[in-house]
Design a protein around this ligand. Structure first.
Ligand code: NAD
Length: 316
């Protein structure tokens, strides 16, 4: 019997998701088998770490060879709000680094690749409620455009080379462990921090802007479940719809107010409102449920309970 070797490279490991995914992978595969990488070192000594710019193919290949990597989680990206300020950089990082990952994976016989897509792939012509897996994708942000390209590249490399690329369309991710990196759903993390430190919150979206969201623990659970599913269960090779919950700024504010009755909010919409106006508000993820048994554990109220408890400890 062939023994499976799991040497895992996480690219973009210092970000909001990577800083939670790396310890989760360490727990499963062991610390020495998880190689974290990013364009900067955040000084966290609790992991094996390499500085790596994934837009540099030779540097990427060097790390793959050095650690005999067999799996890649490619998290590096420029997110939606940041991307609108520098579209060329967003394309360079989001698309070209992914092509490097795909090419190096074919060349070095990488067994599995994880690629995060986003609800930003949907645009105004997609059904906005309970958006189905297979629908029109005409995003209005460079971030969404780059993620649609990434999804199609994932499917292309699977079909042409048999590369086992697996992907999720993450909703906005909310966690207490790390800070978000410049997306349109960032407000839903910031709002908890402001409530806990006793400040008022200026919200960059309007009160009734409902968007799909997910608690970090559910996002990590989905990622690991997808990556551990038997290959024959993975029927979608672009990217799976994934749903956790949906809410508006007013709804999350009311849920926090139950814990902090004096907390106040002001709505000051900026350019991110235009981005959100083109996004869908809830997601139908039945393919993920059927193919690899997906179900989230958290809704808005249970997430708020944990967020306020954990952040109150942090700021004590
Ligand atoms: P983040 O911005 O917090 O982290 C991204 C990391 O990538 C950063 O640490 C950054 O330094 C690194 N990076 C940037 N350019 C790089 C390069 N050239 N080479 C290597 N590393 C580079 O993002 P995140 O929230 O952790 O998101 C991770 C992935 O999940 C991204 O692909 C993002 O598009 C996707 N996603 C995130 C969310 C969310 O709500 N956080 C939602 C949908 C999809």
């Amino acid at each position: 019997m062939e023994i499976e070797i799991n040497n895992i490279l996480v690219i973009g490991a210092n970000g909001q998701i990577g800083s939670v995914l790396v310890p989760a992978l360490q727990n499963i595969y062991g610390k020495s088998c998880v190689i974290a990488s990013d364009i900067y070192d955040n000084g966290d000594a609790n992991k094996v770490f390499e500085i790596l710019d994934a837009t540099n193919f030779d540097a990427l290949q060097g790390v793959i060879e050095k650690y005999k990597i067999t799996q890649i989680y490619h998290l590096a990206a420029i997110l939606s709000a940041k991307g609108e300020k520098n579209p060329q950089l967003a394309w360079e990082v989001n698309v070209n680094s992914f092509i490097n990952v795909l090419e190096v994976s074919v060349k070095h016989d990488i067994k599995k690749v994880f690629y995060p897509s986003s609800i930003a792939v949907f645009g105004l012509n997609a059904p906005p409620k309970n958006t189905p897996q297979n629908t029109i994708l005409n995003p209005t942000t460079i971030y969404g455009v780059s993620k649609v390209a990434g999804e199609n590249l994932a499917q292309y490399y699977f079909t042409k080379y048999g590369l086992d690329v697996r992907s999720l369309r993450y909703p906005g991710i909310i966690g207490y462990q790390s800070l978000p990196g410049g997306g349109t759903t960032d407000y839903a993390v910031d709002i908890y921090h402001k409530a806990i430190i006793g400040e008022n919150f200026d919200c960059f979206l309007k009160a009734n802007t409902e968007l799909p969201m997910i608690f970090m623990d559910d996002a990590i659970k989905a990622t690991i479940k997808l990556m551990q599913a038997p290959i024959e269960n993975i029927k979608i090779r672009t990217s799976y719809n994934l749903s956790g919950m949906s809410f508006s700024p007013e709804e999350i504010y009311n849920s926090i107010k139950k814990h902090y009755p004096n907390f106040s909010i002001k709505y000051i919409p900026d350019f991110r409102q235009d981005i959100a106006d083109n996004w869908v508000s809830s997601i139908d993820d039945k393919e993920a449920v059927i193919d690899w048994n997906w179900s989230p554990n958290y809704d808005l109220e249970s997430m708020t309970d944990i967020m306020v408890t954990m952040l109150a400890k942090r700021y004590k």
